[in-house]
Design a protein around this ligand. Structure first.
Ligand code: GDP
Length: 529
């Protein structure tokens, strides 16, 4: 297979959902189709168990699983599929946001009874910002849930999407008979037997024909005909370009647990989902079929064994091929690096590989060279864009609790921040360090890891901040900016990259500040465009 064909056959995507909607179950069924695993139960849930949030064993278990399931790759038909794992727990949302910079499309899983939930809303809004093609899978049709039309309405309103059903349920819960596939024009009958893998698919070329009545009964047939008519009137026809541009979202119905409707989803997905997409850098748009390698780090995972301090940096290949032992340029450090044992990921294992293609993820052993967002090239000095920091939701001072270990603490904080565990802000006034996180759980993770991996002790102190606002002083009027800095000096800090940040204690303060200093622009992510 040549280079162009290798690119064209890759599908790199993430599955996002609110916890419990069925992401793990769906992932597992997809792997079964790829023949990548032999039985159910092989994919471990990366969920943090309820009520176990302060249990360190649980944190370690979670971290162990998260490296094991970081990338699940398999072949299906002629396609190479890379599923990037996205933690559903809200305390790890940043991890998911960053992973979304490395996917070419996503599948959103929604629970038919619960509808659109909080975490789904947040994650989809990030996808929309980045114009990532989205496919929706409505799960748990074997249970009583919301009416399909109401649910699609909810998806459109709450998620701001424009949907078009590609399949449609015949009944639901107790009366669930199966699914009409609008894409393939056939009916898949539900037997309710969860062990069933091969499904009875019945071709119905013309839904007006008598055949439909014989298969699902007269009443259900009449209802389905009405519903399909309504679909035609209300929803736009599927248009691949609109989907690829992020303007139209196809919807599938099914039951992941029963492996029902999953094959339809996968078969359609591999046809319509994008192969690796071009990516913007600070100098130009980089296309996947360019000969020279480029890629960026979107995730760093530390070794849990303190004796082996090496880390695994996950690189998404944007263009060219990644080859073992070939010299590449680490743009930020302006340094040439070679990798003798790059890892590729498969369903349950990782392996050293000689060559990887655009869309693939390689895992590089690292002793501290990489930060999230770093770019690798064959010499070109460019940086990929699109890994912003979002404002954390919790803020605490971090203090050294063991004066003999100040160096260790500093190094530990530095490396944990490179990994993206949390964000560090240094106050301008007194150089005190403030740690910002998405969830309270991260404070325990940091404290535990500082102690176990770096031998340092820390304590925290509350710092009542509501939001971090990045300040772009370029357009500010000099006098106004000087006054802003003087009045707000207690609340000004620098992030890890030296950008100025205003730590505001309430939305009211943000509003007041904006109206008082209109030329000083405040942003809620580190990327202003
Ligand atoms: P995740 O948190 O999104 O990864 O969700 P899981 O895949 O762990 O699923 C959460 C729960 O829902 C588990 O108990 C699953 O067995 C169950 N579940 C998943 N899919 C279905 C389905 O199609 N029907 C029913 N009834 N339960 C399901």
């Amino acid at each position: 297979m040549n280079f162009t064909q290798e690119i064209a056959r890759r599908r790199t995507f993430g599955i996002i959902s609110h916890p419990d909607a069925g992401k793990t179950t769906l992932t597992e069924k997809l792997l079964l189709f790829g023949g990548a695993i032999q039985e159910a139960g092989a994919v471990k849930s990366n969920k943090i168990k309820k009520g176990a949030t302060s249990d360190f064993m649980e944190i370690e278990r979670q971290r162990g699983i998260s490296v094991a399931t970081s990338v699940l790759a398999f072949n299906y038909k002629d396609k190479k599929i890379n599923i990037l794992d996205t933690p559903g727990h809200k305390d790890f949302a940043e991890d998911t946001y960053r992973t979304l910079t490395a996917v070419d499309s996503v599948i959103v899983v929604i629970d038919v009874a619960k509808g659109v939930e909080e975490q789904t809303e947040k994650l989809v809004s990030v996808c929309r910002m980045r114009k990532i093609p989205i496919l929706v899978f409505i799960n748990k049709l074997d249970r009583e849930g919301k009416d399909a039309f109401d649910l699609m309405d909810e998806v459109e309103k709450k998620l701001g999407l424009q949907v078009t059903p590609m399949s449609f349920p015949i009944g639901m819960g107790y009366d669930f008979q199966g699914i009409y596939n609008l894409w393939e024009k056939n009916i898949n009958l539900f037997s309710g037997d969860s062990r069933k893998n091969i499904e009875d698919v019945i071709e119905i070329k013309d839904i007006k024909s008598n055949e439909l009545d014989q298969v699902v009964g007269e009443k259900a047939a009449a209802k389905l005909r009405d519903e399909l008519e309504l679909i035609q009137e209300v929803y736009p026809e599927f248009d691949r370009d609109a989907y690829l541009e992020g303007n139209l979202q196809p919807v599938f119905f099914g039951s992941a647990l029963n492996n029902f409707g999953v094959r339809e989803l996968l078969d359609c997905f591999i046809e319509i989902a994008p192969s690796p997409r071009p990516k913007d850098s600070d100098t130009r748009l980089v296309k996947p079929d360019e000969e020279k390698l480029s890629g960026f780090v979107f995730k760093i995972h530390a070794n849990m064994d303190p004796k082996h301090r090496d880390r695994l940096a996950f690189v998404k290949i944007v263009s060219g091929t990644f080859e073992r032992n070939k010299p590449y340029t680490h743009v930020r450090l302006q340094k040439t690096l070679k990798f003798s044992s790059p890892n590729a990921f498969f369903a349950e294992r990782k392996e050293i590989v000689d060559i990887s293609y655009p869309g693939d993820i390689v895992g590089l052993h690292d002793t501290g060279n990489f930060k999230i967002g770093d770019t690798l090239t064959e010499g070109e000095m460019m940086n990929f864009k699109g890994i912003p920091s979002f404002s954390p939701e919790h803020f605490r001072y971090i203090n050294n609790a063991d004066p003999m270990k100040a160096k260790q603490l500093e190094k530990g904080i530095d490396q944990l921040m490179d990994e993206g565990v949390a964000q560090l802000f240094t106050l301008e006034m007194n150089n005190r360090k403030v740690i910002g996180t998405v969830g309270a759980l991260q404070y325990e993770v940091i404290q535990y890891r500082l102690e176990h991996e770096y031998g340092a002790k820390c304590s925290y102190e509350n710092f009542p901040v509501h939001k971090a606002c990045w300040v772009k002083p370029d357009d500010a009027k000099n006098e106004e900016f000087a006054e802003f800095k003087r009045i707000k000096q207690k609340f000004l800090a620098h992030d890890k990259y030296g950008q100025l940040v205003f730590l505001a204690d309430s939305d009211f303060t943000i509003q007041m500040t904006q109206s008082k200093y209109p030329s000083v622009k405040l942003f809620f992510t580190s990327e202003s465009e």
